[in-house]
Ligand binder design. Structure first.
Ligand code: HXC
Length: 257
């Protein structure tokens, strides 16, 4: 099994699980991962997803180089499409995704983390887009998402050199939100996930949709979309419940409808 899905309602963990290859992603792993993301997207009981790597060395050391080496251009295109579809499925999922980066996040591994909404790192995390050192450009979105996450000049340096970035530098450049000792990382990710899951589930879903839409379509279109989603929230019981609970000085009980 190259990807494990663990349900801890209202959270789910997706674990890249091929530690003997530092969780390198081959076609089989990508297909399994895509199916799991789609399954979770359809499950309203799951409010937040944590993506992490098995073992204590890697999140994912990239796409499987052994599988890629002899690919034809058409096969390379299909492989890029599959990895991009996985990253897109994460962005389009209703749930926020937290990448818990517990070691190497290289190439395709870094690209997967970049598609997540939030990145947390262990002190052992190492990020890089080393594709150019292998004679290829990024293929799963690194050239597009890295400059949208860190300043473009920093992204350019990392993309053109393939240089590795440790956890503290990743924190400084805004690639990750926080750095924790390795043994604490997953529990900290769960804490953050539970904090998100305690909020109105529809509100969180609408907020993710608004953030993603605005990043892709610009401010004016994003604002128009935001106000439509805001109005939509007023068709839900959660809006009444959240506001009444505040006025009545009690905790809200959100039902997700
Ligand atoms: C296939 C990989 C792999 C990978 C590691 N392994 N990364 N196999 N694809 N991406 C395998 C190694 O071959 C080795 O297998 C085992 O995992 C353990 O790795 P070692 O190299 O022995 O470990 P270590 O010396 O500690 O070095 C760790 C490392 C190094 C720095 C992470 O493995 C490394 O540089 N890996 C490649 C990283 C990379 O370039 N990633 C980007 C790929 S391109 P054996 O059988 O020897 O034990 C990419 C493009 C995405 O991701 C877009 C595609 C369209």
């Amino acid at each position: 099994m190259s990807v494990r899905l663990e349900r801890e309602e209202p959270l789910a963990l997706l674990v890249l699980d091929r530690p003997e290859r530092l969780n390198a992603l081959d076609t089989g792993s990508l297909r399994t991962l895509l199916a799991a993301i789609r399954e979770l997207a359809a499950d309203e009981r799951i409010r937040v997803v944590i993506l992490t790597g098995a073992g204590d060395r890697a999140f994912a050391a990239g796409a499987d180089i052994g599988e890629m080496v002899e690919k034809s251009p058409a096969e390379a295109l299909a492989f890029a499409e599959l990895g991009q579809a996985v990253c897109r499925a994460i962005e389009e999922a209703p749930q926020p995704y937290i990448a818990a980066v517990n070691g190497y996040a290289l190439g395709g591994g870094c690209e997967l983390a970049l598609a997540c909404d939030i990145r947390l790192a262990s002190e052992r995390a190492v990020f890089a887009q080393p594709e150019v050192t292998l004679g290829i450009p990024p293929g799963w979105g690194g050239s597009q998402r890295l400059p949208r996450v860190v300043p473009p000049g920093i992204a350019g340096e990392l993309l053109y050199t393939g240089r590795r970035v440790g956890a503290q530098e990743a924190l400084r450049i805004g690639l990750v939100n926080a750095v924790y000792p390795a043994e604490e990382l997953l529990e900290r990710a769960r804490e953050l996930a539970r904090q998100i899951a305690a909020n109105g589930p529809i509100a969180v879903r609408l907020t993710k949709a608004a953030v993603r839409f605005g990043l892709e379509h610009g401010l004016e279109a994003g604002l128009a979309y935001e106000r439509q989603l805001f109005a939509h929230a007023f068709t839900t019981g959660d809006q009444r419940e959240g506001m009444r609970a505040f006025l009545e000085k009690r905790r809200p009980t959100f039902l997700g409808r």
